[in-house]
Design a protein around this ligand. Structure first.
Ligand SMILES: *[C@@H]1O[C@H](CO)[C@@H](O)[C@H](O)[C@H]1NC(C)=O
Ligand SMILES: *[C@@H]1O[C@H](CO)[C@@H](O)[C@H](O)[C@H]1NC(C)=O
Length: 305
């Protein structure tokens, strides 16, 4: 279950299909001492299909710890954040994917549309400051397609409660203009947040490797993929209008959709083409810098071994 909630983030540039890097334990040599890394901490950029840092290729050995902000919000569990980042850095890992959202759930960052809990925001400040201390960059996800930590269901519920929701469908997160506007408010607040520990606005902080729009989006009510495509186009443009420093990805699982019929046989099974997501089409959007795939062979090929 935890794997479903966290999602296994595998990152590589859009066209770099050749190398699929999974949760890598390989140690890439000793890390420089922290103070040396402190001196140079640039933004990760992209040149074609290559990630770049300070003019050289940047390779990612990444992992998922979706819970960092949540644990940082609680004095009792807060030390786990440092311990996790320390352990990752020690293994030579360079990027950690984590949630920059918690909508309406316990320890919510956003308690209702546009209302933020400062204590939890400070917890996210702490996560970012700690990551930098350990020379680890963060891939920050902005909302969940699934229900854990609120997700799109919570946004739809809010709109419904305020009497402005057009539809009770959870997919109205993608098509309802009021809910799109909720989410844009969320994006803007997070991207322009000034970290209370470092004093740096999130959008100007090179500790952030990239933004991820949404964890594992699916819009099953529109299998053509048009609804999700339109949402990604609008939200990716919005992110880039506020923040031109950071890379951006969607957060896709990686299933092929109707626009690439020749690739449909590459999906685990036929159901994967009917989820309203469309890997190539979604990833080709000009504001999207790189793509991800999430792999769950235990679920997909259950009983087939
Ligand atoms: C980007 O890549 C191209 C092609 O590999 C190369 O010619 C160019 O110098 C690179 N630009 C930078 C800024 O590294
Ligand atoms: C939305 O999703 C939640 C959680 O999966 C579910 O309980 C609810 O029934 C869904 N709403 C609709 C209208 O399908």
């Amino acid at each position: 279950m935890e794997r479903m909630v966290g999602g296994n983030g595998l990152f590589y540039p859009i066209l770099g299909f050749a190398s699929c890097v999974t949760f890598i334990y390989l140690s890439f040599g000793d890390l420089m001492p922290n103070n040396e890394k402190e001196q140079k901490f640039g933004f990760v950029e992209r040149n074609g299909t290559q990630f770049m840092l300070d003019g050289s290729a940047f390779y990612i050995n990444g992992w998922n710890s979706y819970w960092l902000m949540d644990h940082a919000a609680d004095e009792y569990t807060k030390p786990r954040v440092r311990a996790m980042l320390q352990a990752g850095a020690k293994m030579g890992l360079t990027v950690c994917r984590t949630w920059a959202f918690n909508d309406g759930a316990y320890n919510a960052l956003q308690s209702s549309p546009g209302r933020f809990n400062e204590h939890v925001f400070k917890a996210l400040d702490h996560v970012i400051a700690e990551a930098r201390q350990h020379g680890v960059r963060l891939l920050l996800s902005l909302v969940n397609n699934l229900q854990a930590y609120g997700g799109k269901t919570q946004y739809v519920k809010w709109a419904w409660e305020e009497g402005i929701g057009l539809s009770a469908s959870n997919d109205s997160f993608f098509f309802d203009p009021s809910i799109r506007s909720y989410f844009k408010t969320y994006i803007k607040t997070v991207l322009t947040r000034r970290n209370t520990i470092t004093g740096i606005e999130y959008r100007n902080d090179p500790t952030i490797f990239a933004w991820e729009l949404i964890n594992e989006p699916r819009c099953m009510s529109d299998a053509s993929g048009d609804t999700l495509q339109d949402w990604i186009e609008e939200m990716s443009a919005f992110v880039k209008s506020i923040d031109k420093n950071h890379l951006l990805t969607v957060g896709l699982e990686g299933f092929y959709g109707p626009k690439t019929p020749k690739s449909l046989t590459m999906n685990p099974e036929e159901w994967a083409s009917r989820l309203g997501a469309d890997f190539i089409r979604n990833s080709k959007i000009s504001y999207i810098d790189f793509a991800s795939v999430h792999i769950y062979p235990d679920h997909w090929f259950h009983g087939k071994a």
